[in-house]
Design a protein around this ligand. Structure first.
Ligand code: ADP
Ligand code: SF4
Ligand code: MG
Length: 355
């Protein structure tokens, strides 16, 4: 299994801290269903005050249970949705989110590509692989001759390890396995030479036996093409192997983040601790982790709350074994735990006004 060298990357990041894509305090509220014409409008509070940054050549894992807002973040970053509030910056430049012109969005999406969970629905069954890959090549790259197109298409297929490439190029999606289709989806994203790849649970619908191959492909592309990779997963144990940084999300709020080793071996937020205790193969060999509360099954503490009317304050207070009266009143500030590790939890807050 390929394992990221976190020390090297963090040293490198200190030398080169320039983020390629940043989100600052973004919120996304979807309109909810109204009981009748005269009832008050309702909103799904899907993403609440989230800030994150992606760096060239670095993978960031975004983990959390289903319904925590991970896909909404990916769609916001890909500009499929407009944030209700907040700012996006690409290469340090604020993006004018009001510019929804097709040409502006197309140019942005050239740099920021999204890979979906379901490789079956992301390809059109009536078109060949050639058609799927040639489309973005024609839109974004200047191709002068058919021979040039052929050469580029074959190179893309080889890039995602679909060989012999000549045998895949004229196939239809239904002639490929799930893993091969996801490789085509990755090749299509690469066709436009992106700088950011947002992979939304890219292997969760694939056979277990091929998941590792696809993840290792994404990692090698990240390293070789210096891609900034957002790796979305509900499996926190895999984050440690595939991402230098891990961010933990609960019910629309980021609650913990930092170098993956620290977050996974010494989780501080009660939600991260419960997620790890519920993971099938958690990395809990570090003695520091043993000082944390005894693992309690997350499922036994109920489900993620409805985001139509989310709990006040720290949204985890309805399931948290350590909830205090203050937790219902407001969301805790971020506590810096050292070496880039942080959490939002009153248990670690040293500010007296937070207690
Ligand atoms: N287009 C939408 N309209 C209304 N609610 C949505 C929409 N997309 C997502 N949601 C809601 O936002 C919340 C977060 O969803 P999502 O981002 O898909 O979470 P995750 O990817 O972590 O499972 C959920 O409560 C979901 O029902
Ligand atoms: S802030 Fe309170 S409710 Fe939230 S995780 Fe920490 S102790 Fe639990
Ligand atoms: Mg999702």
């Amino acid at each position: 299994m390929q394992r990221v060298d976190q020390t090297a990357t963090f040293l490198n990041e200190r030398e080169q801290p320039e983020a390629i894509l940043e989100a600052s305090n973004i919120r996304k509220y979807f309109s909810g269903r109204q009981a009748n014409l005269f009832s008050k409008p309702t909103f799904v509070h899907a993403v609440e005050d989230v800030s994150l940054a992606l760096y060239p050549g670095k993978a960031t894992a975004l983990v959390g249970e289903s319904g925590s807002g991970k896909s909404t973040i990916a769609r916001l970053l890909a500009r499929m949705y407009d944030p209700t509030q907040g700012e996006l910056r690409f290469r340090g430049q604020a993006i004018n989110l009001k510019k929804r012109r097709a040409s502006v969005l197309r140019e942005y999406r050239r740099h920021v590509q999204l890979i979906f969970q379901d490789p079956f629905s992301s390809l059109n069954p009536v078109h060949t692989i050639r058609h799927h890959l040639a489309g973005p090549l024609h839109v974004y790259r200047r191709i002068r001759t058919r021979a040039e197109e052929e050469e580029m298409l074959l190179a893309l297929l080889r890039r995602v390890n679909l060989e012999p490439a000549e045998q895949f190029i004229d196939k239809y999606p239904h002639q490929l396995s799930g893993g091969q289709r996801q490789r085509i989806a990755i090749a299509r994203a690469l066709a436009v030479q992106p700088e950011v790849l947002l992979a939304d649970e890219p292997v969760s619908m694939l056979d277990v036996s091929i998941r590792l191959d696809i993840l290792n492909l994404l990692l090698s592309l990240k390293d070789e093409e210096r891609l900034a990779l957002l790796f979305i997963t509900h499996d926190i144990a895999s984050a440690r192997y595939f991402a230098e940084e891990t961010l933990v999300m609960y019910a629309g709020q980021l609650v913990e983040g930092g170098p993956s080793d620290a977050v996974i071996q010494q989780p501080k937020h009660p939600y991260t601790q419960l997620l790890i205790s519920a993971a099938p193969n958690p990395a809990r060999s570090n003695p520091d982790t043993e000082a944390t509360p005894a693992p309690v099954e997350l499922a036994a503490r109920g489900e993620i709350p409805s985001l139509l009317n989310p709990p006040s304050g720290c949204r985890f207070h309805t399931r948290c074994p350590h909830a205090m009266p203050i937790c219902k009143e407001r969301f805790p500030g971020r506590t810096d735990l050292g070496d880039g590790h942080w959490t939002n939890c009153f248990l670690y807050s040293d500010r007296t006004e937070d207690k």
